[in-house]
Design a protein around this ligand. Structure first.
Ligand SMILES: Nc1ncnc2c1ncn2[C@@H]1O[C@H](COP(=O)(O)OP(=O)(O)O)[C@@H](O)[C@H]1O
Ligand SMILES: [Mg+2]
Length: 254
């Protein structure tokens, strides 16, 4: 069975694309068959995070009826599959996000997990990404504007009948001005907090070296928390705490 998970947020810049790229790779590291889809049609950048910004056939072509989903799937060197979006303004002409749920359905059975990188907000693009999935993970920063917008996304998903698996707190620095985890949980109706990813300079370094952080700085705090989240999502807690040689060569220790 294929799990379709959309990473979404009310507010922009919360860290969805960074999370989808790195979570996809962390799940791949665990031997999972994963496809990531860039459903941020107006400002896509998942391809950039994965080091390959330009692709000949994209999700835009599929949504315009010019290509089938299978023609828009590419394989990252890690084995992660990616359905990229077109990055030029021209790609946007005549594209309709309404077709996204049907396009994603074409991939059912082709991967164990499909991770969708959504646009922020509650507009048509974000809505289509939520409708295309069985469950959502809401990404928020630990500040009031971000959490307020996360609440709206949560309510909307509930109205649409999409399960809210939980919330990822991103860019946590534990400074005094930040909202505390219990305050955020209370404000979001007791939702499950799946991970607290620290604000980590390694993410900026990774972006500038055009590599995802789990590859660029695998032992950084951000990478550690992302791997822990991956393990939690597939119900393998403890995996992320294993030493690196066990994670890389699991077959030797079976
Ligand atoms: N944990 C983090 N620590 C530091 N910077 C981060 C972290 N997560 C994301 N960022 C930075 O925040 C910015 C927005 O991230 P991005 O993933 O593009 O957000 P979104 O897709 O939600 O708009 C980027 O510059 C990214 O490098
Ligand atoms: Mg994004």
């Amino acid at each position: 069975m294929t799990r379709i998970i959309t990473c979404t947020s009310g507010k922009g810049g919360a860290g969805k694309t960074t999370l989808v790229a790195n979570l996809g790779l962390a799940l791949r590291e665990m031997g999972r068959d994963v496809t990531v889809i860039d459903a941020n049609l107006t400002t896509p950048n998942l391809g950039i995070h994965l080091g390959v910004p330009l692709y000949p056939t994209t999700l835009h072509d599929v949504l315009k009826g010019r290509a089938e989903m299978k023609d828009a799937i590419y394989r990252h060197e890690s084995g992660l599959k990616i359905v990229p979006a077109g990055i030029s303004l021209r790609d946007l002409r005549g594209v309709d996000a309404h077709g996204l749920p049907d396009a994603v359905m074409e991939l059912l059975g082709s991967s164990e997990i499909i991770l969708i990188d959504s646009a922020a907000g509650l507009g048509r693009e974000a809505l289509s990404a939520i409708e295309a999935s069985d469950e959502i993970i809401i990404v928020t920063n630990p500040d009031l504007p971000s959490v307020t917008d996360a609440l709206k996304t949560m309510k909307l998903a509930q109205q649409l009948g999409t399960r809210v698996t939980g919330v990822v707190l991103n860019r946590v620095s534990r400074m005094g001005h930040e909202m505390r985890t219990d305050q955020i949980r209370n404000m979001l109706d007791g939702v499950e907090i799946l991970a607290e990813i620290p604000d980590d300079v390694n993410i900026h370094r990774a972006v500038s070296s055009r590599q995802p952080v789990v590859h660029h700085a695998p032992r950084s705090e951000a990478s550690r928390h992302i791997r822990k989240l991956a393990a939690r999502i597939v119900g393998a807690p403890g995996y992320a705490e294993q030493p690196w040689y066990r994670r890389l060569f699991p077959f030797v220790f079976r």
